[in-house]
Unconditional design. Sequence first.
Length: 370
Amino acid sequence: MSFCALFAPQTQLFPKRSFSSVWMTQLVKLDGKNEGEKAGGEEIIGKFTAVLGDMKSQLEQLEQLEQLEQLESLESLDWGTCLRLRDDLTDLEANGNANIGHFYRRMNSKEGKLRAKEQFEKARDLFKKMHTKEAETSLAKMKQNISELESELSGNEVHDEGIDVIYLQRDYHRCLGIYGQSSSATIYAGVALAKALRDERRTLEAERLLHKLVDISLRTHGHDHRSTKYAMSVLTYARVRKVVIRFEDVSGLFQALRYENEGEDCVVQGPIAFERNVDEEEQCSFDSTDIIPFLGTPVICHGLQKAAHLNGMIGDVRDLDVKEKQDGSKYFDKDIDRCVVHFEDKSLAPVKVKATNLRVVFDLPNGDDP
């Protein structure tokens, strides 16, 4: 392939760059601890590395052109365009290294952390060469990641899962700016962000984002497109409302299905085993006051007296405030302990609420787009 053909707009380089971005977007949704997904991630990394090397070798030919006239002779190409291509490639490589680093870090092993640190260091060095506010933010994140990995490798665990959300938020908005909201790359990046939000028990944010992504993908690509199917499958999982029911000496995890008798009873399905098999579960009904929302479950406050202004407010259960009992055990007592609720209305501070003053929210009311 000729140098001119490779660098001419709308020919070989641009599809390669797009494919590389899509691969990296797919990589962020893979679980490095799962052997099957780990193999898939390694395959993506191999493809990305090969294509990146090919693009770099072609760009290096620019350095060999001694006179500007040689560039001017190439149709639809000038020196400024070449410089922009070089900047784009640096940005692609830096963000690719960062994505690969996050993938290796999710392996949660010493080998994974060492490989992640190496990738973050490569990304750090590339972000140093870039002079944008986005690069400055990314550089700070890479330094933070490297510092955390150094602490983890020395035995001092300091990883904050919130870092993944921050990075994926930036990647999603970056895809929005480059490809637009209808692109498969943007939809995959949005789903990866939603999964990270869900893992942080921010289910309301995750579910609203997923609804938006599913609607966009359906309108643009149709029901059978892989990006639509993927977003819908993650949304289906996010909409599972898990609750805990405390029996005499044991607790069980169930999926809440609906309320009946004007909210007096809650129909649930379960109990949910560690490896879930819905065919072995049964549906039954419990008094709503016996329902304890599980972590990440969207809830609405009701029946509050001292904080009546919070009645009708929606939030996620992010934590449980459990007191040690007289016998030294620690279990959730619905009459004593509290659920820590973070509200969708960011002007409201998190509060500790009795489970009996909470109801599960099955369908989200209309809200602003994420």
